[in-house]
Design a binder for this molecule. Structure first.
Ligand SMILES: O=C(O)CCC(=O)C(=O)O
Ligand SMILES: [Fe+2]
Length: 321
C-alpha cells in the first residue's frame, strides 16, 4: 500500500489502560514502520508553551554572532556535544556539506555509578543564554520518555517482551540536535547540489522530530516518489533509524529523507527543527533478531554493536577522523 501522507497516531492510546486501544496503537505503529517508516505522533508530553520557549532559546543562540557560537565548538569529540558550525556535516555518499549549523545536547551525567558516563562527553551550554540548558535538557528528557514508550510498542509489535529495549536504552547515547538552516541571501553563490539536508537515513534506533511543521522535509516512498511531510504543530514526527532497521533485518524500515531548499524568494529565511536521535548504549548488539531472518528473508547485515556502527557513520559524515 502506498500512502500519500504519513499516518497520525496518539501516544495516549498506548497508555490508555485499555488493552484493545493499546494493541491497535502497536499494530498501527508497526504497520507504518514496516511500510513508509514514518508516523506523526501526538501525546508526546511537550506542551505548546514549552515548545515555543525552547524554540525562542534556540533561535536566540543561532542569531548570535559566529564568534559567540564558535566558543561552544569543542574539538576532538566528533561534534557530539555543543555547537557544530556551517559546512561541517556532509550526508553519507555526498560531496557538498549540508546548509545547516546545529547544537548537540546529550545525556545529563548522573552520580549512579553507571560506567557509561566515562564514554560520554559532558554537555556544554551557552552562558549568554541562561535558560538554554533548562529548555534543551527538558525537551531531551520528555522526548526520551516518549521514545521509551514507542520502543515498548515496537517491542510488542516484534513479539518481544514489552521491556526488551529498556536496559538497552537506559542512560543511552541519545542526542538532541537543535538545527538552524541558515538564510542564503545570494543563492547564485551556492555550490552545485548544496541543500539544507541531503538525502539520508538516520543512524539511531528511532528519531523524534519536533518542528516538521515547517515545510521542507520530504520522505522517499518505496516507489521512488518524494512525499512532503506535513505534521501539525502538536505532533512530533517519528521514524525508524538504521540501527532498528539492522536489528529487524529491514522489517522495520529506515526511510531515506531530506530537507529541500525553499523556493528562491524564501531563500533569505531561516528554518529551525529539533530532532531527538534515540540511541542505545554503545554495547547494544545490533545482530538481526532471529525472528526477522528466514530462508525467504536472509540476513542482510553484518553483526555489529551500536558503538561500532556509530563510529563508522560519524567517519562517513565527516565528523570523526
Ligand atoms: O530538519 C528536519 O526536518 C529533518 C532533520 C533530519 O532529518 C536530521 O537531522 O536527521
Ligand atoms: Fe534525518
Amino acid at each position: 500500500m502506498l500512502l500519500e501522507e504519513i499516518p497520525s497516531l496518539d501516544l495516549n492510546e498506548f497508555n490508555s489502560g485499555d488493552p484493545v486501544r493499546k494493541a491497535q496503537f502497536v499494530q498501527d505503529l508497526g504497520n507504518a514502520f514496516n511500510t513508509i517508516g514514518f508516523v506523526a505522533v501526538k501525546g508526546h508530553g511537550l506542551s505548546d508553551d514549552f515548545t515555543k520557549k525552547l524554540y525562542q532559546e534556540v533561535e536566540q543562540f543561532f542569531q548570535s554572532p559566529d564568534s559567540l557560537k564558535q566558543a561552544y565548538e569543542i574539538p576532538g569529540i566528533a561534534g557530539q556535544r555543543g555547537y557544530v558550525g556551517k559546512g561541517k556535516e556532509t550526508a553519507k555518499g555526498f560531496k557538498v556539506p549540508d546548509l545547516k549549523e546545529f547544537y548537540h545536547v546529550g545525556q545529563k551525567h548522573q552520580e549512579d555509578g553507571d560506567s557509561v558516563w566515562s564514554e560520554y562527553p559532558e554537555n556544554v551550554f551557552p552562558k549568554e543564554y541562561p535558560d538554554f540548558e533548562a529548555y534543551t535538557v527538558g525537551a531531551y528528557q520528555t522526548l526520551e520518555n516518549a521514545g521509551k514508550m514507542l520502543l515498548r510498542a515496537i517491542a510488542l509489535y516484534l513479539e518481544l517482551p514489552e521491556d526488551y529495549f529498556e536496559d538497552k536504552v537506559k542512560n543511552g547515547n541519545s542526542i538532541l540536535r537543535a538545527i538552524h538552516y541558515f538564510p542564503i541571501p545570494n543563492p547564485d553563490t551556492l555550490p552545485v547540489g548544496a541543500v539544507r539536508a541531503a538525502a539520508h537515513g538516520d543512524i539511531n534506533l528511532i528519531t523524534l522530530l519536533m518542528g516538521a511543521s515547517a515545510e521542507g522535509l520530504e520522505v522517499l516512498r518505496m516507489d521512488g516518489k518524494w512525499i512532503p511531510i506535513t505534521a501539525l504543530p502538536d505532533q512530533v514526527v517519528v521514524n525508524v533509524g538504521d540501527m532498528l532497521d539492522r536489528l529487524t533485518n529491514h522489517h522495520l524500515k529506515s526511510t531515506i529523507h531530506r530537507v529541500v531548499n525553499p523556493p528562491r524568494e524564501k531563500m533569505g529565511t531561516s528554518r529551525y527543527s529539533i530532532p531527538f536521535f534515540m540511541h542505545p548504549r554503545s554495547e547494544m548488539d545490533l545482530t538481526c533478531l532471529e525472528s526477522c531472518v528466514s530462508t525467504d528473508n536472509p540476513k542482510i547485515y553484518t553483526d555489529m554493536s551500536a558503538g561500532e556502527f556509530l563510529t563508522e557513520r560519524l567517519i562517513e559524515l565527516g565528523l570523526k577522523k
